[in-house]
Design a protein around this ligand. Structure first.
Ligand code: MN
Ligand code: MN
Length: 472
């Protein structure tokens, strides 16, 4: 039951559409390297497409009707969009869900320190990473610094071609006799992921004010840290103490780029899972007046278990559905329960693509391949499907029909050989409502690495598949 490759099916006009879509996707992930930056871009695109904020609709006392579009955000880090259907919401919604957080290094609350004429920032990694992949590559800092006066400063350092970049150093091979004997998990340790941000020693203005701390040597020539703090003050008007209330994420610097001499793939940071978020949003914006209320959910914190106010475990989504039903004149506690129970969802997250370099971790019949379209995982999980949603056979039969009727290229897969490892998604959390949920998504290579790869054909097929699902 080998699935067909989508590339063979495209004519010139389709390839043009595919390339136009992928150019916009590259811009999206180049600008969207944090969950906040993804929400900002999604809000901008949604408002341009006629969506209004739920808060605004509520304050105006706007009555929602079929075809109306609203969105809600929480803490600027998760978002949900609704296009009201012609059927009552209690009959169910068609939901696309994806996450917009990606593995990275977060700055600690007290990150800044000076060591022997270097200034560094201490980090705590976020999500599952191979730590050794994050050294000796150009890194950028994206995020916000919230100040006591209530203002928040947006920070992006390392993306403009004129910007400097940051870096974490590695030990030279010449002196790595001991390091090279360590296992991959410890060759670079989490506590050693310290970002190098400066080395120019400048003269201290007032020696008396900079008395050395206990155990610290007094350096009569000057230091590096004061100069770095001055740069932060001049450029962003932030003090060292402001790091305490900041969310600064260290991510690979530079834009997403075409991969391959044939430009058939994209190499970039954060395909997991912005590739599904972008394609879900794209499909959502293409849907005008569906029968079932269409929903697109872009959530934070998946990489650390979907916890917290902005993760899928939060009541954020359920509350937003209640508000929307209220504005439609359809709210009651029971009707809300019915809407959630009768909903259908494609919970989208990236799949592990077959990699000829590491063929041994996959079982060929149940593996995702580049260019064969949208990937469905009936179940995910690890060690005997543990933690998996495992969608019902009847629901997946329906999904097969929707995809085939719309001429979408699609495939099915598991995440690797049995007992090789595994992973989870947000599917099981939505499943708690009793709704039908299946894992869907796009295959990537080098998942969770600073640079991941994906196929342009799969991006194109995903949008087609998501749109068909919302219209079903
Ligand atoms: Mn993911
Ligand atoms: Mn992931």
């Amino acid at each position: 039951m080998e699935r067909k490759n989508a590339w063979l099916s495209y004519d010139a006009a389709q390839k043009e559409k595919l390339n136009e879509l992928c150019e916009r996707y590259k811009t999206f992930i180049t600008r969207g390297k944090t969950e906040r930056e993804c929400v900002d871009q999604a809000v901008e695109a949604a408002e341009k497409a006629g969506y209004i904020s739920l808060e605004k609709a509520r304050k105006k006392g706007k009555k929602l009707k079929a075809g109306d579009k609203v969105y809600d955000t929480i803490m600027g880090k998760s978002m949900v969009l609704f296009t009201i259907g012609t059927a009552p919401i209690s009959e169910g919604m068609n939901i696309l869900g994806a996450h917009i957080d990606s593995p990275r290094l977060d700055l600690k609350q007290n990150p800044l320190y000076e060591d022997t004429d270097f200034v560094l920032l201490d980090t705590h990694y976020y999500g599952g990473i191979k730590k050794y992949q994050w050294v000796t590559i150009p890194l950028a800092i994206h995020g916000v610094v919230a100040k006591k006066d209530g203002s928040a400063v947006k920070v992006v350092i390392g993306e403009d071609p004129d910007d400097p970049v940051l870096c974490i150093t590695d030990l030279l091979i010449h002196l790595s006799a001991d390091q090279m004997k360590k296992s991959g998990a410890t060759v670079i340790e989490g506590e050693d992921l310290n970002l190098l941000i400066g080395s120019e020693v400048v003269e201290k203005k007032d020696e008396d004010e900079k008395k050395p701390k206990k155990g610290e040597k007094k350096d009569p020539k000057g230091n590096v840290k004061d100069n770095i703090l001055k740069i932060l003050k001049d450029k962003y008007d932030i003090e060292e103490e402001d790091f305490l209330s900041a969310e600064l994420e260290v991510v690979p610097a530079g834009p997403a780029r075409d991969l391959g001499l044939d430009r058939s793939m994209i190499l970039g940071y954060g395909h997991d899972d912005r590739i599904c978020a972008f394609t879900s949003l794209e499909a959502m914006l293409n849907v005008k007046k569906p029968e079932k209320t269409a929903v697109c959910l872009l959530v934070d914190k998946e990489e650390i278990g979907s916890v917290g106010a902005t993760g899928m475990h939060s009541r954020f989504f359920e509350n937003a559905v209640a508000e929307v039903m209220d504005l439609c004149g359809q709210y009651s506690e029971l009707e809300l329960r019915r809407a959630l129970r009768n909903a259908k969802m494609l919970s989208s997250d990236v799949s592990a693509a077959y990699d000829p370099n590491y063929a041994g971790v996959n079982e060929r019949k149940n593996t995702a391949y580049f260019g064969r379209g949208l990937v469905f995982n009936k179940y995910t999980g690890s060690r005997g499907k543990s933690g998996s949603n495992d969608c019902s056979a009847e629901y997946f039969a329906e999904v097969r029909r929707i995809m085939d009727d719309a001429g979408v290229f699609w495939q099915t897969a598991e995440l690797g050989r049995v007992d090789q490892g595994g992973g989870g998604t947000i599917a099981y959390i939505a499943g708690n409502y009793g709704m039908n949920v299946v894992d869907a998504g796009i295959a990537v290579l080098s998942m969770h690495a600073p640079c991941e790869a994906a196929s342009k054909a799969d991006i194109y097929e995903a949008v087609k598949g998501y749109e068909a699902f919302l219209k079903a």
